[in-house]
Design a protein around this ligand. Structure first.
Ligand SMILES: NC(=O)c1ccc[n+]([C@@H]2O[C@H](COP(=O)([O-])OP(=O)(O)OC[C@H]3O[C@@H](n4cnc5c(N)ncnc54)[C@H](O)[C@@H]3O)[C@@H](O)[C@H]2O)c1
Length: 446
């Protein structure tokens, strides 16, 4: 069977991993973005962000000509291919509701290209969009611009993405499930056939459903994961009031229950990143518009908002007034293995420390260039964890990088002015650390 040609719009984490994934399996892939700088990097084989295991295959697929990245040439990308994944960003508006402007402009471009095309083409929304978007916004724009009927002139699917930053490329190549929301059977069949060829023997369970169910599956999944995190953080906050209690052991025991499972039960300073915060907020706002208040998710969000500031409270409990105190921040990225700082917990923590008059020095293995665009010269940046700890009065562990997990109590006591450590991610052994230094952690009763 001749492989269909694939185009990808929006070349962020989702778009680029999709593009490189298909190109690495021999498909001809044309990407298009309006970001000339990003396109130039990609065409040189350089990923525009830090993502493990992506670089080598990006380089290979560019070199062998399977992947090309165009600048603002959606029309060419659509005309040259059989199926288009739309993976543009869907950020939050200031009120928390979803901002669909990039979906609208990119859909208009696709529609205009479809107007020039006689062959049936499948449009796939891969971005996370609130239920109803594909049917009520994307379809009418495509029909208006193409002057064709959806379902006959072109096909339309909604195919949510479940990759995790930090293992985004691996997740693209080995997903747990494929969800296909379809307007018309022909496009659903085309997309399922494409994935069957892509995954071969490892084709994961596939759910074929309506557009809006597919859209909701993505939000329900992220909301559930965010709920698990806020739930265990609530238990962590309770543990702190109970003598001898430790949330980490509570979570381990809970996780052994098959109905609960061990993942996403790590207590700490809360979730960040480009997805959970915005998706939870968008679903709350969308549901409110539909006349149903998502009280559970409102609570999830408010627990998460308060959680990072607990690290600063601990800091104050241990040091007193923070004015002029030197605080070392270990880790800035929203999670390990990424340089993404969108909604990173380091942001409210650092801002609050600065507000309290502390002097902040931070270290992150990869996120410092992005952190500099956020904190500018309000904080200092260290070249290593040990340099960051030098002469510090207190350290807050913010991101669970492997290299930070390896630090021993001596690494802190050797160079800090006062050996005081707040473990915001529960990566250190409280027994070992509290024997050698002043140590506290989220969810540790005293
Ligand atoms: N990052 C994740 O972990 C993840 C996981 C699953 C789903 N998602 C969802 O996938 C979508 C994309 O996420 P991301 O993290 O890859 O976003 P991103 O912000 O990294 O990238 C989005 C890209 O879209 C580009 N873009 C915007 N308008 C465009 C247009 N008209 N034409 C071409 N390109 C355009 C932007 O320049 C940007 O490069 C979002 O809806 C997100 O919620 C993200």
């Amino acid at each position: 069977m001749k492989k269909p040609k694939v185009s990808v719009l929006g070349i962020g984490y989702v778009g680029l991993c999709t593009a490189v994934g298909f190109a690495s399996k021999g498909y001809d892939v044309v990407a298009s973005t309006h970001d000339a700088e990003k396109a130039a990097k990609i065409n040189k084989g350089v990923p525009p962000f830090h993502e493990p295991n992506l670089k080598k295959l990006l380089e290979e697929t560019i070199q062998n000509g399977n992947l090309t990245c165009l600048i603002n040439q959606t029309e060419k990308a659509v005309l040259e291919t059989d199926l288009t994944f739309n993976a543009v960003g869907t950020p939050s508006k200031p009120d928390g509701s979803i901002d669909l402007q990039f979906i609208e402009t990119s859909t208009r471009d696709i529609g205009q290209a479809l107007n020039q095309k006689s062959k049936y083409h499948v449009v796939v929304i891969k971005s996370t969009v609130v239920p109803g978007t594909t049917q009520d916004l994307v379809k009418p724009i495509l029909e208006k611009e193409s002057k064709k009927k959806c379902g006959s002139g072109f096909g339309l699917c909604m195919n949510p993405e479940f990759l995790r930053q930090g293992s985004a490329f691996e997740d693209t190549m080995h997903t747990d499930r494929v969800v296909i929301g379809e307007y018309d059977r022909q496009s659903g069949d085309a997309l399922e056939t494409l994935y069957k060829d892509f995954y071969g023997e490892n084709m994961p369970p596939t759910i074929r459903t309506t557009l809006s169910t597919a859209e909701l599956i993505k939000y329900a999944s992220n909301s559930m994961l965010a709920t698990k995190i806020s739930f265990i953080n609530t238990m962590a906050n309770l543990c702190e009031k109970i003598s001898g209690a430790d949330v980490k052991i509570v979570a381990t025991a809970m996780g052994l229950d098959k109905r609960i499972g061990p993942l996403f039960l790590n207590a700490g300073i809360g979730y960040g990143g480009s997805c959970f915060p915005k998706d939870v907020k968008a679903l709350i706002a969308h549901s409110k518009n539909l006349g149903y208040r998502l009280e559970l998710l409102e609570a999830v969000e408010s627990v998460n908002k308060a959680q990072p500031l607990k690290a600063v409270e601990f800091c104050k409990e241990l040091l007193g007034n923070l004015k002029g105190k030197r605080v070392a921040i270990l880790g800035l990225a929203f999670k390990a293995d990424t340089d993404d700082m969108r909604e990173a917990r380091a942001i409210p923590i650092v801002n609050q420390l600065l507000e309290e008059g502390a002097n902040v020095t931070a270290y992150d293995p990869v996120a410092v260039p992005i952190a500099k665009t956020i904190f500018k010269n309000k904080i200092r940046y260290a070249a290593s964890a040990t340099a960051c700890l030098k002469n510090a009065d207190c350290c807050i562990l913010v991101t669970e990088w492997d290299e930070l997990k390896k630090l021993k109590p001596e690494d802190f006591t050797r160079s800090m002015k006062q050996p005081v450590l707040i473990d915001g991610r529960r990566i250190y052994d409280p027994e070992e650390f509290s024997r050698k230094m002043k140590f506290t952690a989220i969810g540790l009763g005293h």
